[in-house]
Design a protein. Sequence first.
Length: 214
Amino acid sequence: MWVGQNDDDAAASTGKSTSSNRAELNLKEKQRMLKLNATIDNLRKELDNAGVSSKMNKQSILDNTIYYITNLQNDVVIAKQKAEYAQRIAPPSAATISPFERYFEMSSTPKLIITLDIQLVRANHAFRVMSGYTEDALRHKETLLACLSVDTSRVRNMVLNAIDSKKPVQTVVENAFATARLMNCLVFTAIFDAEGTTPECIEVVVTPLHRATV
């Protein structure tokens, strides 16, 4: 008899415990859903403020949130690329320019540095003014060659002669600049490494044959 009563008490206690646990879980789930709904409602408001309209259902709000975040990430990547490009093309500050670079840039004599295969390294201010081209434009090989001589084969020969002779090589050519064709004297000088054995680049100095007089 006592055993049966104990079993009944245990069963009643277990039932109460199960019911209590279920009620506790239901309360927690209800609280979780309320919090989730509040978060989704806040997302909808933020999307509305950003000009992204959404339907009232949760899936639409979540889909538009992902869409908006993806666009923001793309905007960040594009902004970073633009900033890096602006930094590359920005002229160096006076603090970072060495005296020799400043002398090259501000020299009144038009000059430029090219690679052995005739690609632009640097063109100073005087050359850019004379040619009418920016450095970016001069990085197009056809433009650079035309500025050095309308007879492009002569440019290649002058580069080879400057390397072989290890001396300045002078020639008179017709240059096709942005606004006019002019006859000028060009001096090609090969610049070698510290040992003087390996050519690294070519300096080209331009001397106008005719200067305008007032």
